[in-house]
Design a protein. Sequence first.
Length: 161
Amino acid sequence: MLRRSLVCFAAVFALVFFVVDTPACVFAVATADEAQAAIDGAQARLATYYEAAVQAENAGGNVTELATVLNGAGALLSQARVASENTEYDLAIDFASNCTDMLEGFAERADTLAVSAAQGRFFDFMVNVVGSTVGAVAVVIAGWILWINLKKRYEKVGSAI
């Protein structure tokens, strides 16, 4: 009898220790409103970063890497919506949180890409327009110098050349 009481006491003690030591978030169940707020926040962030990617592409940047990140985040957002529709609100919040985490640092990468594309366009302008102008002026000057030298030679030698 004492042994049985001791075993029961140990089991109750272990159960109480487990419940007290376990974080509250393990037992928490998310509500539909919390899941919807997480999904809405992830969707707003995804839309904002999509616009940043469009601006980087319009600047002339190669947005392949950005598009890959956006596609992955969009897939996570879609999974969050499906989980929310299936009343798996904790899972929906996890997917929305993973979507948000995947977009971490996205704005900086898009801005960097847009700036480097603008710098590349400026360099292309300098090479194409300024380089062509300098080249054309060099050809004209070289032609003029050649004409002057040939004219002097013709005057010295005469029309025998």
